[in-house]
Design a protein around this ligand. Sequence first.
Ligand code: ZN
Length: 270
Amino acid sequence: MKQILTNLLVAYTLLCASFCLAYEEQTHRGLSQAAVEASVLKGDPTVLDSLGLEPFDAPNQFRNYRNDPGSIRELVQDGSAFEDEPGIRVRHHFYNPLTGRPANSCGTEYGSTSPDWPLEDRGQIDGVGPTQHQDDSFADTRQFFLDALTKPTKDERDTKWGRTFQGLGQVIHHLQDMTQPQHVRNDMHFAYSEQTLPCVGGKSLYEHYTNLDEPGDRIRTNLPYIGYDAVYGSGDPPYLQFPTQVLAHSGWARHRRLYQPRLCFCGDQL
Ligand SMILES: [Zn+2]
């Protein structure tokens, strides 16, 4: 499991090493598709075969938690899209590497940090409802994986395989967010009014732009997902041993870019 996640994280890091755009649903799906297709799940047929699974492209192999069937590729994509639903769940999708804190609104923090929420490596997050209770973390996904291998009935195992691949998508969603500058500083960008959530900006122009896919404005479909040098080279293997470090250092890498001469226009600020 750790190997598969690490491969997905590495694949994603390779794809999005220096300039990665995305972050509305379809762009998360596009990024996740590129990542899973670059991973061992597709690149090494012996991985799925050794787990007793059909080949990577087999249709409708398992179901996501909405009971929709999908291939492994589609289930990972589903997970990356579901991670932003319901919308207020994104309160857990921020991390300021300068402070180690999540984003805040007028000084009040409303969520966990992006590394803490998707990993749950510092304890279970047991609030009430889907925006406070975490059921799709890396820790949960490891349990889904174990259950997929050990449950007594095929139905149970198939259900857990679906959650395993969906869960991988939910976790890599956070690595995708960590490459968006607004997610690594106190710059929340929800589609809520100032009255509902004071001190929070409106929708992200950056995410809106990168999601454009209209005649004459095919931005999303032309995003360069591949072809970048790796952020982490052979000199940095320790970071790839710990998912927390991968997420936190991705946040740092993006944060540093904000201070380079070519700044990012994200929302209402440069
Ligand atoms: Zn997000």
